[in-house]
Design a protein around this ligand. Structure first.
Ligand SMILES: [Ca+2]
Length: 235
């Protein structure tokens, strides 16, 4: 085949590959380069590397809709509990031993703000709930008369709206002094389903919105009506 014929044949092959690319992943012409030493003078187009996708938009974003799909063009839908099966909230214990300073707790790669060694249960709850990766929690002390970091005390964190078996919070104790630090343990393994749309609706991936089956609607995360966006509330 003549050189021109090879070029023409290559263009036909390259054109056939074009439907594999989204319009935003081209421009096609920039993916084609000229190499005079190659038996095929026009290098074939290559798929853009994954690093060129908008990974940050695909990052986990709590219970609200976030982006998904190989190119992050689709949206995830809210998840929730299937109300027809029993399930437990995840509970973790924070055993802290210190007499001064602050600590923080990381959950799903997000670090909390500083928590004083003697912070109240209410302050710990507020600090955790500010995080984008944590919804609602309750925080209780084993002994409410002792500080959270008294060696004899234990802080219990119960996740009220993040469902399923959750990763354990990771403590950061570099600014904590006078004790042996923090150990976080799972006390109750979360067993609510965390299903897309609570398993009682269909996800609209263009909008990131659940379309609930007849007779079901959004919950507050606790089985009754609310703005979570899942479908686990039974009419
Ligand atoms: Ca359930």
């Amino acid at each position: 085949m003549s050189g021109l014929g090879e070029i023409a044949a290559h263009f036909v092959r390259a054109r056939a590959l074009r439907p594999l690319f989204r319009s935003s992943d081209r421009p096609f012409l920039t993916l084609v380069s000229y190499d005079p030493s190659s038996p095929f003078p026009l290098a074939p187009p290559r798929r853009p590397s994954p690093s060129s996708y908008h990974k940050s938009e695909c990052a986990y974003a709590g219970q609200t809709s976030s982006w998904t799909g190989h190119d992050c063009s689709l949206r995830t839908c809210p998840t929730g509990d299937d109300p027809y099966t029993d399930g437990a909230d995840e509970q973790q214990s924070v055993n802290c031993s210190a007499t001064a300073g602050t600590y923080s707790l990381s959950f799903r790669d997000e670090m909390s703000g500083d928590i004083a060694w003697d912070a109240t249960a209410a302050t710990i709850a507020t600090t955790l709930q500010v995080m984008s990766t944590i919804g609602n929690v309750t925080v209780e002390f084993f002994d409410s008369l002792l500080g959270g970091c008294a060696a004899e005390n234990t802080v219990y964190v119960t996740f009220k709206s993040d469902m399923g078996d959750l990763p354990t919070m990771v403590p950061s104790t570099a600014s904590l002094t006078g004790g042996t630090g923090i150990i976080v343990s799972e006390v109750v393994k979360g067993s609510k389903e965390n299903l897309e749309c609570g398993g009682l609706g269909m996800c609209n991936p263009e909008e990131g919105v659940c379309e609930c089956f007849d007779g079901y609607s959004s919950t507050n995360g606790y089985g009754v009506g609310g703005d979570r966006g899942d479908c686990g509330a039974v009419a």
